[in-house]
Design a protein around this ligand. Structure first.
Ligand code: PLP
Length: 393
C-alpha cells in the first residue's frame, strides 16, 4: 500500500486522463476532476480478479447469495444496519439505478426534491425523465452547509413526492448526522414523501463523523426509503460497474428485478462478482489506510492554501474525497475561473457551477491522488494566482 506511488494511467483507458481534451479542450492538465482514485486498489481484490481470469472461461454468470451476504455483513459491521438480502439487487452503476428508479417508480411530472449544490447527474436523472425538479438549497451557516428544513417542508406541502438524498453529500462534503437525517425523515413521513438515498460515499468518512444509513434510523423510515450504494468509490472500482439497491419491500425489489429482466442486464461481468465480494470481505485494511492518506491530503491542501494561496479557501470534508475550493477572492466570474484553471494553472477540476449556480466561483478538487500530484497542481495554481494578482496591481 504505497499511496505515494505515481501510477502512469496512460494505458489505463482512464476517463480522467483520456477525456481531458474532449472535456477541457487540452490534454496537458493535471487531472483532479472525475471522482475516481489514482491509487491501486486493495490486493485481495486484484487477486480475486486474477484468479477468476485464470479460469479462462467467461460464460454467462450467476450471482451467488454470498455476494449479497458480503454486502450485508459489511453494512452490519461498519454501518450498524443489516438489511435482508432478499431485498437487494445488483445493478450497474448508482446513476443508472437512480434514473431507472425515477423512470419506473415515479410518475411523469412528479416533483422530486434535491438539495443543491449537488452531484450534477441528480439534475439530469430528473429532467431527462420528464419529472419536475424541486431545489431545496442547502444553507451555509458559519461556512458549514446545513439542511433548510423549513424550505423542505414547504416543498413537501407543495406536493413533492420524492426526495433524492445525497448522503454523505457531494460536493459539500457533509456527513449528515443521525439527528439531521431524522429531522428531514420526519418531514418525509409527515407528507408521504418517498426517499431515494444515494449513499455511494458511505465509506469515505473521516474521524469524528459517522455515516448513518437513513433507512436504518427507524422501521418507518426504512419503509419509505430505497437505498443505492456501491463499492466503487470505497475501493476505486467504478470501471467494474457494480452497485447495489436495497428496497423496503419484496414487491418493489421484484418489480425492479422484472425491469432488469426486460432490459436483459441481470447477468453482467463475472469480474465484478468476485471483486465486490473480495472488497467487502478483505478490503477493510486497505480502506483504513487510504482514508488516512486522503486525510493527510486534506491537511496538505489546507496548509498549502493558507500559506501560499490565501485567496483560495478549501473546505475540510467530513466525508468524500472531494474538496471544495472557494475561489471568490480571485474576483473571477465563472467563465474566467474555468479559463484560469485550465489555461493558466493547467489543472482539470470540476467547475462549481456544474453543481449549482451558487458555486460559480468555486471549484471541486479530487484529493484521491498521490501527494506529489497535489503538490504539483497546487504549485501551478499558486504560480498562476501570483501572476494574476501581479497583473491586477
Ligand atoms: C453522489 C454520487 N452518486 C453516484 C456517483 C456515480 O456512481 P456510478 O458511477 O455508480 O454511477 C457519484 C460519483 O461521483 C456520486 O458522487
Amino acid at each position: 500500500m504505497n499511496f505515494d506511488e505515481i501510477i502512469d494511467r496512460k494505458n489505463n483507458f482512464a476517463a480522467k486522463y483520456d477525456e481531458l481534451k474532449q472535456k477541457f479542450g487540452r490534454s496537458d492538465l493535471i487531472p483532479l476532476w472525475i471522482a475516481d482514485m489514482d491509487f491501486r486498489t486493495a490486493e485481495p481484490i486484484i487477486e480475486a480478479i486474477k484468479q477468476r481470469a485464470d479460469q479462462g472461461i467467461f460464460g454467462y454468470t450467476s450471482r451467488p447469495d454470498s455476494y449479497y451476504e458480503a454486502v450485508c455483513d459489511w453494512l452490519e459491521k461498519y454501518h450498524g444496519w443489516r438489511p435482508e438480502k432478499q431485498l437487494m439487487l445488483h445493478n450497474l452503476g448508482v446513476v443508472v439505478s437512480l434514473s431507472m428508479l425515477i423512470q419506473n417508480f415515479t410518475q411523469p411530472g412528479d416533483k422530486i426534491i434535491i438539495q443543491t449544490p449537488v452531484y450534477y447527474p441528480f439534475f439530469d436523472v430528473i429532467k431527462n425523465n420528464d419529472r419536475s425538479l424541486v431545489e431545496n438549497p442547502l444553507k451555509q451557516v458559519n461556512g458549514h452547509y446545513e439542511m433548510d428544513y423549513a424550505d423542505f417542508e414547504q416543498q413537501a406541502q407543495n406536493g413533492a413526492k420524492w426526495f433524492l438524498l445525497c448522503s454523505p453529500h457531494n460536493p459539500v462534503g457533509r456527513v449528515w448526522t443521525r439527528e439531521e437525517l431524522q429531522r428531514i425523515g420526519e418531514i418525509c413521513l409527515k407528507y408521504k414523501v418517498r426517499i431515494i438515498a444515494d449513499e455511494i460515499h458511505a465509506d469515505i468518512v473521516f474521524p469524528g463523523h459517522k455515516h448513518v444509513p437513513i433507512a436504518s434510523i427507524s422501521p418507518l423510515l426504512s419503509r419509505i426509503t430505497i437505498t443505492c450504494l456501491a463499492p466503487s468509490k470505497t475501493f476505486n472500482l467504478a470501471g467494474l460497474q457494480a452497485s447495489i439497491i436495497i428496497f423496503p419491500t419484496k414487491e418493489e425489489r421484484d418489480k425492479f428485478d422484472d425491469i432488469l429482466g426486460v432490459l436483459d442486464i441481470k447477468r453482467n461481468s463475472c469480474f465484478n462478482l468476485v471483486a465486490v465480494e473480495a472488497a467487502y470481505r478483505q478490503g477493510r485494511a486497505w480502506l483504513e489506510n487510504v482514508l488516512k492518506y486522503i486525510e493527510g491530503n486534506f491537511k496538505y491542501i489546507n496548509d498549502y492554501c493558507k500559506n501560499n494561496i490565501p485567496a483560495i479557501k478549501p473546505n475540510y470534508p467530513e466525508g468524500t474525497y472531494l474538496v471544495l475550493l472557494d475561489c471568490r477572492q480571485l474576483g473571477l466570474d465563472q467563465k474566467q475561473l474555468h479559463d484560469f484553471m485550465v489555461n493558466k494553472a493547467r489543472v482539470a477540476l470540476d467547475d462549481g457551477f456544474w453543481f449549482s449556480n451558487t458555486l460559480e466561483q468555486y471549484m471541486r478538487l479530487n484529493a484521491a491522488c498521490p501527494r506529489h500530484t497535489l503538490q504539483k497542481a497546487l504549485q501551478q495554481i499558486a504560480e498562476a494566482v501570483h501572476t494574476l494578482q501581479t497583473e491586477n496591481i
